[in-house]
Design a protein around this ligand. Structure first.
Ligand SMILES: [Zn+2]
Length: 263
């Protein structure tokens, strides 16, 4: 019996040490990557894709608005996403445009109606947000300064100008040393990638991933739902899989906002 115990102990040792060294290891600095983000509240659709993200060991960030209206089931789905390694960020109480609202009611009232209650509700539910995505991508330097009192990182957005390729859209590419000191990262939208609306987008996104890998950059994208037909703005699971598969094939890490270094 004693011998058996010793054998078991010896067999268990490497596991133990693995555990310890893993916990002690400081995170590997980011060298390149893609930040995939999803906005609004297609929470059921997002949660359904946990196995797809898992298949490619991929992480994403989900920016949720109207948190106070969510059913307990949806909050559970957000917890499931979070447990699967994804970041849950804030997208405001009622999707108010930051600059317009600040102009109309002032910074104090803006925080009081649009930001603080969302952060509070999320925190009470055990999903404290450390990042924020601007509704309708409306932002300026003042709103960035204001919101970095509450959040570590922000996300804005830009359209793709006509006759421009994503790979040349320099403002969505960041070097690793810019991450901690850039309050707001700008992404471009990838809803409808591969559909009739944007038939060449998957190839364009892959080329952008190639650039990030080759040049040691982090590229930022955003979408909304993940479904075949919406409702509303969405990317199909097939298009998402093509992107995740390419990132994995070229060994480009998928990062979440929780992976970003802070100042
Ligand atoms: Zn939104």
């Amino acid at each position: 019996m004693k011998r058996l115990l010793i054998i078991i102990a010896v067999l268990a040792l490497p596991t133990l040490f693995n555990g310890v060294s893993h916990a002690d290891a400081s995170p590997i600095p980011i060298q390149s990557g893609v930040l995939l983000t999803f906005d609004d509240h297609a929470i059921e659709q997002w949660a359904q894709q946990i196995p797809l993200f898992k298949k490619y060991k991929a992480k994403a960030t989900f920016f949720v608005d109207r948190f106070h209206t969510l059913s307990p089931e949806k909050i559970q789905q957000l917890h499931a996403l979070n447990k699967a390694g994804h970041a849950i960020g804030c997208h405001g109480v009622a999707h108010r445009k930051a600059v317009d609202t600040i102009q109309k009611v002032g910074t104090e009232e803006y925080l009081k109606i649009e930001i603080t209650p969302a952060v509070q509700a999320m925190t009470e539910a055990g999903l404290t947000p450390t990042s924020f995505a601007y509704p309708s991508s409306q932002r300026n330097v003042e709103s960035d300064t204001l919101l970095t009192n509450t959040f570590n990182h922000l996300r804005g957005g830009t359209g793709l100008p006509k006759d421009t390729q994503i790979v040349t859209l320099d403002k969505i590419f960041y070097t690793p040393d810019q991450l901690a000191n850039t309050p707001c990262l700008i992404g471009t939208g990838i809803d409808y990638a591969g559909s009739e609306k944007r038939p060449d987008y998957i190839e364009q996104i892959k080329t952008a991933l190639d650039r990030a890998k080759a040049q040691g950059e982090i590229v930022v994208f955003y979408a909304h739902g993940i479904s075949e037909n919406g409702p509303g703005h969405h990317i199909t699971p097939k298009a998402l899989e093509a992107i995740l598969a390419h990132a994995q094939a070229i060994r480009l890490p998928t990062l979440s906002y929780d992976d970003l270094p802070t100042k």
